[in-house]
Design a protein around this ligand. Structure first.
Ligand code: KIV
Length: 277
């Protein structure tokens, strides 16, 4: 079948084949305008449920709904032409049963046009991952610190800091891989554990607070742009937009108050009347 536009969109098998090769570049994305900007530089854009915290000011991701994910995913799809877009399944939309997960994930795929979904959980979600992948829905797994379990952890707690915790987390990553996931996010875990899991599983690992040895890396866009007042230690800030936005807004307010804005170049003049006769 002919491709419907001039851009080649990165595919799930292409990402799967990057295991142990060139690192996979991923960022979260929630808007059409940032999707347009990121599209030339990243392999995967994740419409993550962190949007609840980053964009909507929630304290955790638990309040994010399927409708909210779909709204933002549609915006991202309008801006992303070549990156693979993965959409997070929010809390409550998939855990109940593989059938419920299929209905939610099918809605996400049909209404947004994204290429894959991501869901949290290892061994406990392996049956669901198998159910989805066998029915045409590519799944990215997510193990280690899974933010939707925040109330069980009692906070956003780094995983695998003691070696007794390792076997369960390794088993989670293997279960996700064996169930058919095409990649797995390793979040907030001890570095040697993430490096070890990367060696152990045949699918790409995407690290966030994990290890430079992972097959790819992901950060929350707003964190790396310096928009989070308290970024986690694993964030490297590549810009300091909070300070820049504040300066811009302060200057605008001063210009309006002193009538320096709008200037002549910002207003419409009247059209010249054609000369009569
Ligand atoms: O929702 C999200 O942003 C994520 C990333 C942190 C991996 O799941």
């Amino acid at each position: 079948m002919a491709e419907s536009n001039e851009f080649h969109r990165v595919t799930v098998p292409e990402i799967r084949a990057r295991k142990g090769n060139q690192p996979i570049v991923c960022l979260t994305c929630y808007h059409a305008h940032t999707a347009r900007l990121l599209d030339n530089y990243v392999d995967i854009m994740l419409v993550g449920d962190t949007l609840g915290m980053v964009i909507h000011g929630m304290e955790t991701t638990l309040g994010v709904t399927l409708d909210l994910m779909i709204l933002h995913a549609k915006a991202v799809m309008r801006g992303a032409r070549r990156s693979l877009v993965v959409v997070d399944m929010p809390f409550g939309s998939y855990e109940e049963s593989p059938e419920v997960a299929f209905r939610s994930a099918a809605r996400v795929m049909q209404e947004t046009g994204c290429s894959a979904v991501k869901l949290e959980g290892g061994t406990r979600m392996s049956q669901t991952i198998r159910h989805l992948t066998q029915r045409g829905i590519p799944v990215m797994g997510h193990v280690g610190m899974t933010p939707q379990m925040v109330q069980i952890y009692g906070g956003f707690k780094t995983q695998g800091r003691t070696m007794e915790e390792w076997p369960a987390i390794e088993a989670d990553a293997k279960a996700v891989s064996e169930a058919g996931a095409f990649a797995v996010v390793l979040e907030a875990m001890a570095e040697p554990l993430a490096a070890r899991i990367t060696q152990e599983v045949p699918i790409p690992t995407i690290g966030i607070g994990a290890s430079p040895d992972c097959d790819g890396q992901i950060l929350v866009l707003e964190d790396m742009l310096g928009l989070n007042p308290k970024p986690p230690v694993f964030v490297r800030e590549y810009a300091h937009l909070t300070a820049e936005i504040e300066t811009a807004v302060k200057n605008y307010a001063a210009d309006v108050r002193s009538r320096r804005f709008p200037g002549k170049e910002n207003v419409y003049s009247i059209k010249k009347e054609p000369k009569a006769g």
